[in-house]
Design a protein around this ligand. Structure first.
Ligand code: NAD
Length: 256
């Protein structure tokens, strides 16, 4: 399989990020998984040991700019040149509007939006020096629709979409494509912790395919958007991986 260079996957210790790392390794990428959880990274690396020669781990908090700058500047040492980034690190909180403090709002923006920006800026510097690449930012259907309890989370993910479009325009000159994925509910540790049985029932009623997605559903889309031989003319796009959630209006109770 052709060597594609290295892709950085933030949030790679868990859930969607872990599935993305596994998919990219299978597709011939070298992968740098980054996360703030050192234990999580060790567990992830042992789950990917079939690919150990192409895998590197980096511990950093995406919300701490100095950590991101230092770690990414160093990430090509003993590794392939960086041509890809998938920004998966993120947190989710369901909090009613009147209970949302400015501090909570800022902390969610810091990780989901500013963190994705700083990682992308530093990774794009490497890609520009390497002749180009592709970036995938993980947004959410909550960045496109007004889901209750998601004022802060939704704002962070809507911001990711706006940032993706502006980045796609500016970075085209450096041969860097930038796209976003908007997942619906995906069965990951985040969602298992967040969604009660009654939340799950409400979501399932709103999803035409009547199921939660898998981390692999998102990983396949990310791998496609990262691979310039398959998606070379796609940039600034938001790809929904949501079982039809964002497309749905009225739904018949018993579709024929
Ligand atoms: P997860 O909790 O399983 O994984 C998130 C990973 O990000 C964890 O390993 C965590 O340690 C890491 N992380 C969190 N904050 C970090 C920080 N400050 N610095 C570095 N690493 C950090 O969650 P997931 O469900 O896999 O979510 C991945 C991404 O997908 C998130 O951005 C999330 O908002 C988005 N998303 C998830 C769903 C879903 O239903 N699971 C839906 C839409 C969007």
């Amino acid at each position: 399989m052709a060597d594609k260079g290295a892709a950085i996957v933030t949030g790679g210790a868990s859930g969607i990020g872990f599935a993305v790392a596994k998919q990219l390794l299978g597709d011939g990428w070298s992968v740098v998984i980054a996360d703030r959880s050192r234990d999580g990274l060790e567990r992830a690396a042992s789950g990917l040991n079939a690919f150990s020669s192409k895998l590197k781990t980096l511990v950093f908090d995406v919300a701490v700019e100095s950590e991101v700058v230092a770690a990414i500047a160093d990430c090509e040492r003993d590794a392939a040149p960086v041509h890809g980034l998938v920004n998966c690190a993120g947190i989710a909180r369901d909090v009613p509007f009147f209970d949302t403090s400015a501090e909570l709002f800022r902390s969610i923006l810091d990780i989901n939006l500013v963190g994705s920006f700083v990682v992308a800026r530093e990774a794009a510097k490497l890609m520009r020096a390497n002749g180009g690449g592709a970036i995938v930012n993980i947004s959410s259907v909550s960045g496109q629709r007004g889901n209750p309890g998601r004022t802060a989370y939704g704002a962070s993910k809507g911001g990711v979409i706006a940032m993706t479009q502006a980045m796609a325009v500016e970075l085209a000159a450096a041969a860097i494509r930038v796209n976003a994925i908007a997942p619906g509910p995906i069965d990951t540790p985040m969602v298992k912790q967040l969604h009660t049985p009654s939340d799950r029932a409400i979501w399932l009623r709103a999803i035409p395919q009547t199921r939660y997605g898998t981390p692999e559903d998102v990983a396949n889309a990310a791998a496609f958007l990262l691979d310039g031989s398959r998606s070379g003319f796609i940039t600034g796009h938001v790809l929904n991986v949501d079982g039809g959630f964002a497309a749905a209006g009225l739904q018949t109770p018993d579709p024929a």
